[in-house]
Write a new protein. Structure first.
Length: 133
């Protein structure tokens, strides 16, 4: 199938600030092993990371920004660490390169079933806002 932009005037360009989402996150099924909360944290970390994947946010700030209680943030962070997606040394995060295949299912991660459908990121955040205390 030949693809062409639908809206030529809105083709994405690399912004002055640095941020990207590696397609291998989906293609190599990393995302299939993560809970919605871990996906939200990962997206936030990707968005704020510098060219080396580094960012620093205190737990309090992350909880506020992501509307997560501390216990949920801790579990989400642990999923990302166990999935070999981030390294963490409080308060410094490093989003890691996806150079190796995923390590396998993360304990406690949500699993997709035939009834599941992909969700837009805004819907994930809406779902989080509605389900978290």
């Amino acid at each position: 199938m030949h693809k062409r932009p639908i809206c030529v005037s809105r083709i994405r360009k690399v912004p002055k600030q640095f941020s990207w989402v590696d397609q291998r996150l989906v293609r190599d099924r990393y995302i299939d092993q993560l809970s919605h909360e871990a996906c939200a944290l990962y997206l936030f970390l990707l968005t704020v990371a510098d060219a080396h994947g580094l960012s620093f946010y205190a737990d309090r700030s992350l909880c506020r920004r992501l509307s997560m209680p501390h216990s949920v943030l801790h579990r989400a962070r642990q999923e990302l660490i166990e999935g070999d997606l981030v390294a963490y040394a409080s308060p410094l995060y490093q989003v890691l390169a996806l150079d190796q295949p995923p390590l396998g299912p993360t304990p406690g991660a949500l699993r997709m079933t035939a009834a599941d459908t992909p969700m837009a990121i805004k819907d994930i955040f809406k779902h989080l806002a509605e389900t978290l205390p």
